[in-house]
Write a protein that binds this ligand. Structure first.
Ligand SMILES: *Cc1c(COP(=O)(O)O)cnc(C)c1O
Length: 229
């Protein structure tokens, strides 16, 4: 019950934020981030009609997805991905949000080719230039896009970012604006196998600001499933 009403409230907030800023709310997908939450909670959300889920850890995700069924939902990989786990990410996930090197893209492409899949990916940008964060630097991202577009078993569907946490979500706005600008730059290149359909940005604390700035995929965990251990 709680999960269902939390999801409903977030949809309401998304609609309000879209309306306020002239965005199209129907273009925004809510991804329920279920990392470190039990499969029963995911099932509860599925039963309430929710479709999109985000997971961060391959091993944990595979166990849950095997239990719930791959077809029961749309699965998003949003954690840091090591090349040696690319095989599993390709097998289990509809969209991989966190590709930040050509080497990783190449390995995903190789694994997708093996099973005859066109794997959808997003390029992750380290938008706040934090030394400890994953994501490609802004200065490299266009060059990475120019290389990933050569991989025929990949479709690059947009960009993803994860700005620092701020108590005031307004402080994240500049980063969301910047990601949108970068996606427009890449769009202008008209690269093959590449469309800037998606901006994956915004979490529990700041998703309304992200929607105002054009997010199409918001990744919300705590506000749906409660605090994590
Ligand atoms: C955990 C996580 C989220 C969800 O964070 P909340 O603050 O719980 O909404 C979103 N995106 C990524 C990449 C995450 O790792």
């Amino acid at each position: 019950m709680q999960i269902q009403s939390n999801i409903k409230k977030i949809h309401d907030d998304i609609r309000a934020a879209a309306q306020k800023s002239g965005q199209d709310a129907s273009r925004v997908t809510l991804i329920a981030v279920s990392k470190r939450k039990p499969p029963e909670m995911i099932q509860e959300a599925i039963d309430a009609g929710h479709r999109d889920f985000g997971e961060n850890y391959i091993q944990e995700a595979m166990e849950k997805i095997d239990l719930l069924g791959r077809k029961s939902a749309t699965w998003h990989f949003i954690g840091h991905l090591q090349s040696n786990k690319a095989k599993f990410a390709v097998k289990y996930f509809d969209l991989i949000h966190t590709v930040d090197t050509v080497k990783l893209a190449q390995e995903i492409n190789r694994q997708a080719q093996k099973i005859g899949k066109i794997q959808k990916i997003l390029l992750q940008v380290n938008i706040s230039r934090e030394a400890t964060k994953s994501g490609a630097q802004e200065s490299e991202i266009v060059n990475i896009a120019k290389q990933t577009c050569r991989f025929d078993n990949l479709h690059v569907s947009g960009l993803m970012c994860m700005p620092p946490f701020f108590d005031d979500p307004e402080d994240t706005r500049i980063y969301f604006k910047r990601l949108k600008q970068i996606s427009k730059e890449i769009e202008r290149l008209n690269l093959p196998n590449t469309t800037m359909t998606h901006l994956s940005m915004g979490m529990s604390n700041d998703f309304t600001v992200a929607v105002e700035e054009g997010a199409t995929l918001v990744r919300v965990g705590t506000a749906i499933f409660g605090a994590r251990q």
